[in-house]
Design a protein around this ligand. Sequence first.
Ligand code: 13P
Ligand code: SF4
Length: 340
Amino acid sequence: MYSDIIAEQKRKYGKRLAILGHHYQSDEIIRHTDLKGDSLELARQIEKLEAEYIVFCGVHFMAESAAIVRRDNQKVYIPDASAGCVMANMAPAWLVDKVLTKILNETGRKIIPLAYVNTPAAVKTVCGKHGGSVCTSANAEKMLKWALKQGDGVLFLPDKNLALNTADKIGIPDEKRILLDIRGKGEKIDTQKTVDKDLLIWPGLCAIHQRFKLSQIEKFRKEYPGCKIIVHPECPPELVHAADGDGSTSYLIKYVNESPEGATIVIGTETNLVNRLKNMFPEKNIIPLGISICSNMAKINEKNLADLLINLDTSEYEDVSDEIRAHAKTALERMLQVCA
Ligand code: 13P
Ligand code: SF4
């Protein structure tokens, strides 16, 4: 019934409406999308879209990022604005600003902030103001290398696992990294300990990916000798090291797509995506490393999508103030330019 309403509203709006969906959305949502992708692919599409109504099925920072780069004649909506990202909430803008300012003032070094796209718009503003940028899991290596060239060191936030995994890939040695102690509202940071470091790491994480364990990888290696194991880089470094590959949600899909028939592939990421791959490739043996559902992604369902589409003209849309937009847009555009 809800799917009929959605189909009817899509017919009504035609090209004036575009529904975008992140790969972690459920199948009931994905089947209604005009475009699906990882965070980078979706961010790249916004400005190119003809549609004036953009409905973002994902979590809030994704819709907010779309609202930052949208054109003046476009409006961005999310079916449930309470669908937040727990990791994004671990780096509130006031704290990022406070910590960065303290480091800059007390060390006199030029530290470039690089925010994972999983952050609130106001954090992207801080990055834009301080010559920094944004990255996604698909371009973290490229953006970290870029950021290192812009100053004396980089503050990477909020995901410590993505920071460590990316540092491993580009060869930043352990002694050049520091995990920041942001307890006590940032008062505890000993900024002198950061003066000889290239990479200052915010201690955030994604609980959905943190919960995978090395013992699960070991178990599958024993059970399915010759299997391939791939994980998202939000997983802890010991899992990434033990896996055969890691990358963004689009990387995981491509890996499965390109694997030979009969291959056994164990995947460490959000369950909706693993289940979809299982259904898409019945000739391959797709196994979840463990069950791990992002309850925020799951807040978007056919009911709230249908409700939104029926009331599109009167619904609240995502927007950011001009003050936030100016620098946040600079930060996002730097990423889109570096990765063009
Ligand atoms: P991707 O950029 O790989 O799609 O990941 C986004 C995300 O939130 C993963 O948890
Ligand atoms: Fe955020 Fe993790 Fe959910 Fe991705 S899977 S949206 S990082 S909580």
